[in-house]
Design a protein around this ligand. Structure first.
Ligand code: GDP
Ligand code: MG
Length: 166
């Protein structure tokens, strides 16, 4: 048995960068039917000796037909309901935005378990943003850099007790 981790957060925080790092070339499912928006990408992910299914909430960036907020809400709620654990990502360089607060609300209401991650945390420019993330009330923010691969041991430590339940 493995568990399903949904990576959620507003556009441009680095969700797909982390997804690609965790999944590598083991992309299991891509919906490439014409006319169907690729809202969710799923793949077999690995971090150290932990194997799991990762879900990238892609497609928000292409929202044109509908209000971005409505679409984000529905997509996030769907991902949250389907996942065992949610990785909620914020951008440590920009700090917490009103859109991040919307996501935090959804997660507080719907998610069983949330791992809060402050991405783009390489370098000192990100320190204030990591501290700000404590204000979301979702526990300790893990400072990571998806692009540079930093903070992966902390993410491993957060996932380990979850993986032991499955
Ligand atoms: P998504 O919209 O949340 O899926 O974000 P993407 O993964 O597409 O990344 C958005 C932008 O942030 C891209 O230009 C990435 O190269 C950049 N990015 C992602 N992770 C990091 C990081 O750890 N540090 C920095 N500085 N940039 C990053
Ligand atoms: Mg993306």
């Amino acid at each position: 048995m493995s568990f399903k981790l949904a990576i959620v957060g507003r556009p441009n925080v680095g969700k797909s960068t982390l997804f690609n790092r965790l999944v590598g070339k083991r992309l299991a499912l891509v919906d490439d039917q014409p006319g169907v928006t690729r809202d969710l990408r799923e793949g077999e992910a690995r971090l150290g000796d932990i194997n799991f299914i990762a879900v990238d909430t892609a497609g928000l960036e292409d929202a044109t037909d509908d209000s971005l907020e409505g679409r984000m809400r529905r997509l996030t709620e769907r991902a949250v309901e389907d996942a065992d654990v949610c990785l909620f990502m914020i951008d440590a360089r920009t700090g917490i935005t009103p859109v991040d607060e919307i996501f935090a609300d959804i997660l507080r209401k719907r998610a069983d378990q949330v791992i809060l991650v402050a991405n783009k945390a390489e370098g000192r420019a990100a320190e204030a943003g990591v501290l700000e993330a404590w204000n979301l009330g979702l526990g300790e923010p893990l400072a990571i850099s998806s692009e540079h691969g930093e903070g992966m041991p902390d993410l491993y430590s957060a996932l380990l007790p979850i993986s032991e339940r499955f």
